[in-house]
Design a protein around this ligand. Structure first.
Ligand code: SF4
Ligand code: SF4
Length: 448
């Protein structure tokens, strides 16, 4: 039987104004009230089944990168995370101290990526990620959320995007990228507010803020493939969603509704989400269900699927190939969450014939350690995140690859830190980077 730890005085507490400031305002009565309200009204048979059926076998320990990266320390195991947090809260009927609650929320926010790898290892299929989201939800209702990620939620709630990009800045960024393209694709347009277009392309706020080249590249690919597309001029363009990760379900639902309403207003037939895993999860799996929509009201596809469609239908053709050894990182939210592993590989291998798999891979892949909102908890928790994923560094190093493809923004953030910290000689790329650089450019100005 696996040793299940409880929270002790030796807990790895990290100062954070959101957690510490929130705890200072709490009392036990308030905690009991919120715990009762959330457990009575927001959990159901699934929660009870997970609470009642764990047999403490510890098989999930080998699934979690935090646990593997700390020599199997049981306090980092998935079951250990439950025993230190939600089990204790339920057992004590919410009679826990503000300090206990604050530390439980720290675990749920910064020592679990909600990657759901452990669920595959649990013989009963217990979804520890779901249990951590309940702890985060309690934290949200109690005013206990790490400050960085809370700031991002506030920004998204107030402005419609997570990085406080003003409406005119957003439009300027699109026009700027269109202008940049003049020297390469003289006829390329970024169609804004085109009603009735085949599809709306959706990005996350870091793209106009500091990765505008990704918008350029996506537009170039659309142009080459002669796609009838558009982007909105109004809020609703940013598909990211930290509220989903903080347990602020009300804000999450409002943002997802705004996204789909924008697509409806433009009368598009489908939405294509750029290479971001969590944003896709928020509209494809979580936000839509919270809004009580069994499915998405408009077809929603991830960039990996879109690129695969463009390539296999011949709308994009391979112009040149990369000779370096290349590997592929399977993002949790689009592989365990959507099954896009083969499509991603097909696109990657078309441009990169020297391909090597990581071990393990596909639905067994090890998380980047950034997802689940963990990287968004900011600098105070960066060390936890990087030290909590030395196994990823080993996995990457063992491939001998010079390039790792990660079709997800969060994964890029996490892997960048891992590559830098563990001194891996590797370049990180999106699929869009590779397609843009190596597709046939029949509509470009000929060089020379
Ligand atoms: S990080 Fe992933 S494997 Fe570890 S407990 Fe969370 S969901 Fe499970
Ligand atoms: S969560 Fe599943 S794998 Fe982990 S200890 Fe409980 S029953 Fe075993």
């Amino acid at each position: 039987m696996h040793k299940v730890p409880t929270l002790t005085k030796d807990f790895r507490k990290i100062e954070d104004i959101g957690l510490d400031g929130g705890a200072a305002k709490l009392d036990e009565k308030k905690i009991q009230q919120v715990v009762k309200q959330v457990l009575d009204n927001e959990t159901s048979a699934r929660f009870e089944a997970y609470m009642d059926t764990c047999v403490h076998c510890g098989l999930c320990a080998d699934a979690c990168h935090y646990c593997l990266s700390h020599d199997g320390d049981p306090s980092y195991s998935p079951v250990g995370k439950m025993s230190q947090t939600i089990w204790e809260i339920v057992k004590r009927k919410g009679k826990v101290s503000p300090e206990f609650m604050r530390n439980a929320v720290q675990i749920a926010h910064t020592e679990c990526n909600l990657c759901r790898r452990c669920m595959h290892y649990c013989p009963i299929g217990i979804d520890v990620a779901y249990m951590m989201t309940i702890v985060r939800r309690l934290g949200h209702k109690l005013g206990l959320t790490p400050q960085y990620i809370q700031d991002t939620c506030h920004s998204h709630s107030a402005t419609g995007n997570q990085m406080w990009v003003k409406d005119d800045e957003w439009i300027d960024s699109l026009f700027w990228q269109e202008e940049e393209a003049r020297d390469e694709f003289p006829e390329m347009r970024i169609p804004v507010e085109k009603e009735g277009a085949e599809m709306m392309y959706s990005v996350i706020a870091p793209e106009p803020k500091f990765r505008t080249h990704l918008i350029y590249q996506a537009a170039a690919i659309m142009h080459e493939a002669r796609v009838d597309w558009t982007m909105p001029a109004t809020p609703g363009w940013d598909n990211s969603d930290m509220a989903m990760f903080t347990g602020d379900n009300e804000t999450m639902g409002r943002l997802k509704r705004m996204h789909y309403e924008t697509a409806h207003r433009l009368r598009v037939k489908r939405i294509v989400m750029g290479e971001c895993g969590h944003a896709f999860r928020s509209v494809y799996d979580v936000g839509n269900r919270w809004l009580a929509w069994r499915d998405t009201p408009i077809e929603m596809v991830h960039g990996v699927q879109f690129y695969w469609e463009m390539l296999t239908s011949g709308r994009i053709k391979v112009g040149s190939q990369i000779e370096d050894l290349v590997t592929f990182h399977d993002p949790c939210n689009i592989v365990r969450g959507r099954g896009l592993e083969e499509k991603g590989r097909e696109v990657a291998k078309a441009f990169c014939p020297n391909f090597v798999e990581m071990t393990p891979n596909r639905e067994h892949n090890i998380c980047c350690c950034a997802g689940g909102g963990v990287i968004n908890c900011g600098p105070p928790f960066k060390k936890t995140r990087i030290e909590g994923n030395s196994v990823k560094a080993e996995q990457l190093r063992a491939t001998g690859a010079k390039i790792v493809i990660a079709p997800c923004h969060n994964c890029h953030g996490g892997l960048e830190d891992i590559i830098h910290h563990y001194k891996l000689d590797m370049k990180l790329m999106f699929l869009g980077d590779i397609i843009y650089e190596h597709m046939q450019k029949t509509r470009a100005i000929e060089e020379g």
